[in-house]
Write a protein that binds this ligand. Structure first.
Ligand code: ATP
Ligand code: MG
Length: 394
């Protein structure tokens, strides 16, 4: 065992079974940095492992062919006992491929024996130490990030459970309050003057709003938790659009607007939960009337794109600025109104979750002053059947 010591220096473990090569390495290092390193030399993997177990070093200079091991196994033996110590492989000319494989395995660099001088050797050692330090830092940061993600996911789950618990607990008192107000309104509990009737009306409207909000929160939390089962079936898409348009007609009329469905060139059947698709269409189209001036026109159309049916809900309203789009699909995602106020809701978040439960995407094309086009896709039942039929026909 050869040792050369200097204070404040790099601790090098040289694993080399050829005494001549070991001496040459030590001489080159001594010339390049007389006081810059402390070298410990061992000539077998067994001694190297023992040495690393006894105390750390800054870098291992590793010959791959030793009396008790050879090839990649040599690298693995070092990595097993000292995974954070950088390794520089000392390779013969004929073994360069193996040296490169060693780097893929976890070594930091390699040097070809006979093609090295002291300065190159020292620089390689320093680079290997620095490279390993960077890799370890990156790994530590990745671990910390992974831990943060797990904690955030757990917090999000706890928050969702808490929100759905609160929403669920609010439901019963709301039903009781609505029933009690219904009794008061019917004057079963005594006659009412005009002011009392007005107050009851106001209370009923507010209870309806809170009930809708509570139902929305529950809906969304059940969807996120995968607790809503879709009732899959094959339906005619145009018939669904017409049904949604019928449901929207009173709102359209109230807002002096129009809701239309575009005729399809050919019948198109889709695989979906029809009630949920109608819920999506009503959510999207009712927004067009609720959030725009009176007189808005809404057109619902469909086109087939491969095995998917693309459904669009278009309005000629005020549109939504592009920078607001991402926020809209979050629960209570707020956007700034014309008057500077903030408005929020659940309709788009629920619609997005429903579309995704169908394996589709909900997209928005819009900008200020351009109207809005929301679109989503469903599996086209006819197209899928045709796709499946192809091999049999061929
Ligand atoms: N067609 C549209 N035209 C203009 N703004 C829209 C349109 N659709 C959605 N928005 C904007 O996006 C916001 C979010 O819509 P979302 O449906 O999620 O909530 P909401 O309609 O406010 O409330 P909720 O649907 O829960 O009753 C709306 O408040 C509105 O500002
Ligand atoms: Mg809405």
């Amino acid at each position: 065992m050869i040792q050369s010591a200097a204070p404040e220096c790099i601790k090098i473990l040289l694993v080399e079974d050829q005494p001549g090569d070991a001496l040459l390495t030590q001489t080159m290092l001594s010339e390049a940095a007389p006081n810059g390193f402390m070298l410990t030399h061992v000539s077998s993997i067994r001694r190297a492992v023992q040495n690393l177990k006894e105390g750390p070093c800054d870098v291992v200079l590793l010959d791959l062919s030793l009396p008790d091991t050879c090839g990649l196994e040599t690298v693995n033996s070092i990595l097993e006992v000292a995974p954070s110590v950088p390794i520089v492989v000392l390779s013969g000319l004929s073994n360069e491929r193996l040296a490169i494989q060693s780097m893929q395995q976890g070594a930091q660099d390699y040097l070809i024996k006979g093609q090295v001088d002291g300065n190159l050797l020292l620089r390689t050692v320093c680079f290997a130490i620095e490279r390993k330090r960077l890799v370890e830092n990156a790994r530590n940061q990745a671990e910390v990030l992974e831990q943060c993600v797990q904690e955030l996911e757990q917090m999000d789950k706890t928050k969702n459970e808490f929100v759905s618990f609160v929403a669920h607990e609010l439901k019963t008192p709301m039903i009781v309050a609505a029933l009690a107000l219904g009794r008061l309104e019917s004057e079963n509990a005594g006659s009412l003057n005009d002011e009392q009737k007005q107050l009851i009306g106001m209370l009923q409207r507010n209870i309806s709003r809170v009930t809708a909000l509570v139902n929305g929160v529950l809906n969304l939390s059940y969807l996120k938790a995968g607790r809503i089962q879709l009732a899959w079936t094959e339906v005619d898409l145009h018939a669904l659009l017409v049904e949604a348009a019928c449901l929207l007609a009173p709102l359209a009329q109230d807002r002096r607007g129009v809701v239309r469905t575009q005729e399809l060139e050919a019948p198109l059947r889709v695989r979906c939960d029809p009630d949920k698709v109608i819920q999506i269409l009503v959510n999207l189209a009712s927004n067009s009337f609720k959030h725009n001036e009176c007189g808005t026109t809404v057109v619902m159309g469909v086109r087939q794109s491969g095995t998917r049916a693309q459904i669009g809900v278009h309005d000629d309203g005020k549109g939504i600025a592009k920078h607001e789009h991402a926020k809209l699909f979050r629960p209570f995602g707020q956007i700034t109104t014309d008057s500077g106020g903030r408005i929020s809701g659940l309709g788009l978040a629920i619609s997005k979750a429903l579309v995704e439960a169908h394996g589709g995407n909900l997209l928005l094309i819009s900008d200020e002053g351009e109207g809005c086009t929301f679109s989503f896709d469903l599996e086209a039942a006819g197209a899928t059947a045709a796709e499946h039929a192809k091999p049999e026909l061929g």
